[in-house]
Design a protein around this ligand. Structure first.
Ligand SMILES: [Mg+2]
Length: 356
């Protein structure tokens, strides 16, 4: 089965409400869908959501990277799968979202060729999952209302965006905690908004009030590895690295430094499925659990992430795959079912089982 063409399409979907973090505000999904066409008539689908403030990519850079890689891929045989993955991974540096979109389409094709759902091809069995949902950074009273609404919609784990620093973050976490009750788990994500000192002060203050978040995600700047270790040594709340871990090397260094407790794996940070699987294996070697997260991505790439989570369900114990639920509607046919906190891989999928 030979690759005969690679096409792209824009995927846009409005969000139910604007998405606000310490780094950005977004009102609609704007992703690039990649279609890899073969001489057997099969088409593989991939997708990526450029996040300029995190990976440095835009739709424009993604299109340029795909154009650049096209001549290396067209005419190649899918049976040389490892070589295709190497081409995508190594012919150009960085550009992890573009690479991930291409890789997802290649894996979709490989699974279709094997007549298997992708998670089975990857060795997975698990088909049912629960995700948290993000509560955007807003005035505290808005966040409390949003949190209550999500609990009403059946979420038992909330990911609270913080990162303004100081008392205002302590107050908002405390108010949400008391509003939703102890049965709801809170994950905090500061998106690099705190200093190490501030992180210790905030988390210690919460811990003294008896408020124990399930984790604090990326409290400090991505390159502040010493800061992460400083915090880890001083608080009980587990530290989840997000923007600090793009590559396997990042992960290994942070694990060796004992600077983190968990890793947030995202296909668009690590360059796709192949590296996500390797990151999970590496974390497993250190006895560290992972979250599988996403950017503001559509159902093709978030679906691919669910297949990866199934394949590594022993290590990937937390899902933050809420992007599809944040959209007003699902623009893609088929694939993984997203129903608020419940995510299900249907029985009858071949490959990713999507069409767009
Ligand atoms: Mg994050």
């Amino acid at each position: 089965m030979k690759i005969i063409d690679i096409k792209t399409k824009l995927l846009k979907a409005p969000l139910k409400t604007p998405f606000q973090t310490a780094l950005r505000r977004v009102e609609a999904l704007e992703d690039l869908v990649v279609l890899i066409q073969t001489d057997s008539g099969l088409t593989g689908y991939g997708e990526g959501a450029p996040t300029p403030v995190i990976t440095g990519e835009t739709i424009g850079t993604m299109l340029a990277v795909i154009e650049y890689l096209k001549p290396f891929l067209i005419g190649q045989n899918l049976d040389d799968f490892d070589s295709l993955i190497r081409i995508v991974g190594h012919k150009i540096l960085k550009n992890t979202t573009a690479k991930s979109a291409l890789e997802i389409a290649l894996y979709d094709l490989k699974a279709q060729q094997a007549n298997l759902p992708l998670y089975r091809l990857l060795g997975g069995e698990k088909q049912e999952f629960r995700t948290d949902i993000t509560i955007s950074l807003n005035p505290t009273e808005v966040m409390v209302q949003d949190a209550l609404e999500m609990v009403r919609r059946g979420y038992t784990t909330l990911k609270i965006k913080v990162g303004e620093g100081g008392q205002i973050d302590i107050d908002r976490i405390e108010e949400i905690y008391w509003a939703v009750g102890k049965g709801v788990a809170l994950r905090l994500d500061a998106n690099q908004g705190w200093s190490a000192q501030q992180s210790v002060e905030i988390l210690t203050a919460l811990e003294h009030k008896g408020i124990l978040p399930k984790l604090i995600e990326q409290p400090v700047k991505a390159d502040d590895w010493e800061g992460l270790r400083y915090i880890k040594e001083r608080v009980a709340t587990p530290i989840l690295a997000d923007e600090s871990v793009f590559t396997l090397r990042d992960a290994r260094m942070l694990l060796e430094l004992q600077a983190i407790d968990m890793i947030n794996i995202k296909l668009s940070k690590c360059g796709g499925i192949s590296n996500a699987l390797k990151l999970a294996d590496l974390a497993g070697e250190y006895g560290v659990k992972c979250m599988l997260g996403c950017m503001l991505e559509g159902p093709i790439s978030v679906g691919a992430a669910v297949h990866v989570a199934s394949a590594k369900s022993d290590v990937i114990t937390m899902l933050d795959l809420d992007a599809v639920s944040l959209c007003k509607y699902n623009p893609v046919k088929g694939g993984v079912c997203f129903d608020e906190s419940k995510i299900t891989i249907p029985d009858d999928l071949i490959g990713l089982g999507v069409a767009y």
